[in-house]
Design a protein around this ligand. Structure first.
Ligand SMILES: O=c1ccn([C@H]2C[C@H](O)[C@@H](COP(=O)(O)OP(=O)(O)OP(=O)(O)O)O2)c(=O)[nH]1
Length: 157
C-alpha cells in the first residue's frame, strides 16, 4: 500500500502545504550539476566523477536555462525513509509534459539525506531554484536491515 501525502510529509523537511499532494510530496530544486569527468563502478567500490554546479542563466531570478542533455539534479529537502517503507520518486507531470524526465533509483528504508536524480532534458527548459520538480511517494515494504551506505546523511551535515 502507498501512503497518503500527509504521511509522507511527516518525513520531509522543510515542507509547505503547497508541496503536499494526495499521494506524495513534491520536492523542489536546489541545484543542477553537470558531470565533467568519468565515474566508475567496479566489482568492488565506486567513484563518482566530478560534477560541476551550473550557473544560473539569470542570477536575479535564480533560473537555470538547460539545453538538451543529462544533468544531476539535487533536491532541497531532507528526506527520511521510515522503517517498513520504501520510497520512489517520479517527475512532476509538468516537467515531463515539458519534454524532461527524472531517472531515479530506490530510496531505502532508513536513508536520510538530500538526494539526487538524473534530469533528462529533451527540449530546452527553464527551471527556477525552489521550483517543485519531483514527487516522492512511500510504499509499505518489508526490508532486511536499514540503509547504511555511503550516501547516508548526504548534504545534511
Ligand atoms: O533516485 C534516487 C534514489 C535513491 N537516492 C538515495 C536514497 C538511497 O537510499 C540512497 C542510496 O541508494 P543506493 O543504495 O542505490 O546507492 P548505491 O549506489 O548502492 O551506493 P551505497 O552502496 O553506498 O549505498 O540514495 C537518491 O538520492 N536518488
Amino acid at each position: 500500500m502507498h501512503r497518503a501525502g500527509s504521511f509522507v510529509a511527516q518525513h520531509i523537511s522543510p515542507v509547505t502545504a503547497e508541496q503536499v499532494q494526495p499521494n506524495g510530496v513534491d520536492l523542489t530544486l536546489e541545484a543542477v550539476l553537470e558531470q565533467v569527468e568519468p565515474g566508475r563502478l567496479g566489482r568492488e567500490g565506486k567513484t563518482i566523477g566530478e560534477r560541476r554546479p551550473l550557473e544560473f542563466a539569470d542570477p536575479d531570478a535564480e533560473t537555470y536555462r538547460l539545453d538538451p542533455g543529462g544533468y544531476v539534479l539535487q533536491y532541497a529537502e531532507t528526506v527520511h525513509i521510515p522503517e517498513d517503507h520504501v520510497g520512489f520518486i517520479y517527475p512532476r507531470s509538468s516537467l515531463m509534459r515539458n519534454s524532461c524526465m527524472l531517472n531515479t533509483a530506490v530510496w531505502d528504508a532508513g536513508y536520510e539525506g538530500k538526494g539526487e536524480g538524473l534530469l533528462q532534458v529533451h527540449h530546452p527548459v527553464e527551471l527556477e531554484r525552489g521550483a517543485r520538480v519531483a514527487q516522492i511517494v512511500l510504499a509499505d515494504a518489508n526490508h532486511d536491515g536499514t540503509y547504511d551506505g555511503s550516501y547516508q546523511g548526504e548534504r545534511t551535515r
